[in-house]
Design a protein around this ligand. Structure first.
Ligand SMILES: [Zn+2]
Length: 206
């Protein structure tokens, strides 16, 4: 248990950075196994554990900024490419599997940004939800969000994971055709309305 009342300012912020980056840089065998299972591509966009570990190193170096704060009412965490900033919800408890899965999701957005991937926001969300679902499923658990629209997205991602056995197979190449139900569920959620018409920033991380 970290004595939060005893640490302030920069020390407290570094503790948060270490806790978030540990999701990606963990040496715990169980957590490592879940992360290593993330290895697939969608229409040529490759998402893999090696890339996510690079995102973790950029967090420790301070090139990806971590802030604790308001992530909106519908999302547990958020990533903003223009400022290379990941916002995470309050962490007043030991990290839960749900919280870790949210960090993995946002880290996929950071990886898409890092690689200056040219695609739609819809595909960006699609790979993030598939990676999140692989991570959860590889842990032998499942999560059902209370929000029905969010639950529909995660369940559609789970169907892709189980249909292609992504939680046990590496290197599977998916196409948008494999992800139609997931993409329809994403577009049905108010947070992602119009995501198929917006492009990723290709901003990169300096
Ligand atoms: Zn997302």
């Amino acid at each position: 248990m970290i004595p939060w009342v005893c640490i302030t300012g920069q020390t407290a912020h570094m503790a948060i950075v270490m806790r978030v980056s540990d999701v990606l840089l963990t040496t715990d065998p169980m957590q490592t196994r879940k992360l290593d299972q993330i290895d697939f591509s969608l229409d040529g966009i490759k998402i893999d554990a090696a890339g996510l570990r690079e995102v973790g190193r950029l967090m420790v170096e301070g090139r990806i900024h971590i802030e604790v704060g308001d992530t909106g009412t519908t999302l547990s965490a958020a990533y903003t490419p223009h400022s290379n900033t990941m916002s995470v919800g309050q962490m007043d408890r030991p990290p839960s599997d749900v919280w870790r899965a949210g960090i993995v999701h946002e880290s996929v957005h950071a990886l898409v940004d890092l690689r200056k991937t040219r695609t739609t926001e819809l595909n960006d969300e699609t790979v993030a939800y598939i990676a999140e679902a692989i991570y959860i499923r590889a842990g032998g658990i499942w999560i059902t969000p209370g929000d029905p629209a969010a639950a529909a997205i995660l369940n559609a991602a789970r169907n892709i994971v189980e249909g292609h056995q992504l939680h046990v197979n590496n290197g599977v190449e998916l196409t948008s055709n494999n992800c139609r139900a997931l993409q329809a569920a994403i577009l049905s959620h108010t947070a992602y309305s119009g995501a198929d018409r917006r492009r990723t920033t290709q901003h990169g991380i300096e």
